[in-house]
Write a protein that binds this ligand. Structure first.
Ligand SMILES: [Zn+2]
Length: 235
């Protein structure tokens, strides 16, 4: 693996065939998790995946589409068009250097613009492939690690578990459990504080560091398997 801490000469010598770009978010995560929660996950998962794939690890993008959390302090968001433009520019930079594959690892559920952007890039540049598994935490969906899977999407059991494992010093004790009576699509209509002013969506009280450790390992395995299958299918 090579990464952004090495020289351009080292990267040239390593001739990486895949570049890995994690995408995080800076947004409120209830009373107990830091605003950088998604970014922390994006950094760690992309680092482990890049290591497994002997890839070029890019710095994970801290910001993405978090406007639905906008009024809550600490949240910083990009417009969908901005995120799309950033991804296109990153892809074009890599393509011009002869790196043929960009793996995008999205750690934030609200980044709906990524898929059409990736489709556009792949249709526009036949010599360059951008691939992305579903949301990185969903990639481990087949492994029964989280007891409340399916009941939460934000600052819930899974995210709390991962932070307790990766970043325990920044996790606060007060965890507010709340499963709204509405579906995720309500975030298309109203800001998060109108759904739950506490900012959580799910059952963080079930989170443990041990689940987070197993969850991250399962995600990395699922992502690496996805990449091998995708590359084989794409020839
Ligand atoms: Zn999150």
């Amino acid at each position: 693996m090579v990464d952004y801490r090495t020289t351009t000469g080292d990267i040239k010598k390593a001739r990486p065939q895949i570049a890995v770009l994690g995408i995080g978010a800076i947004e409120q995560h209830g009373r107990h998790l830091p605003v950088a929660t998604d970014w922390t996950q994006a950094r760690e998962i992309s680092r482990r995946v890049a290591q497994e794939l002997d890839a070029l690890l890019l710095p994970a993008l801290p910001y993405s589409m978090s406007e639905c959390h906008g009024p809550m302090p600490g949240t910083v968001w990009l417009k969908p068009a901005t995120l799309s433009a950033v991804l296109k520019d990153v892809a074009r930079s890599l393509r011009e250097q002869g790196i043929p594959i960009l793996l995008v690892l999205n750690a934030h559920g609200g980044n709906f613009v990524l898929e059409p952007t990736i489709q556009e890039l792949n249709q526009h540049y036949p010599d360059f492939r951008v691939i992305m598994p579903g949301e990185v935490w969903a990639a481990a969906g087949d492994e029964p690690i989280y007891e409340t899977a399916g009941q939460g999407i934000h600052a819930e059991e899974a995210e709390t578990s991962m932070q307790l494992y990766l970043n325990p010093q920044d996790v606060k004790a007060e965890r507010v459990d709340y499963v709204p009576p509405v579906g995720r699509e309500y975030l298309d209509y109203v800001f998060m504080p109108l759904i739950n002013p506490e900012g959580t969506w799910g059952l963080p009280s079930y989170g443990t560091a041990e689940k987070g450790e197993r969850g991250i390992a399962a995600q990395v395995r699922a992502i690496v398997a996805f990449v091998h299958a995708a590359l084989e299918a794409l020839g």
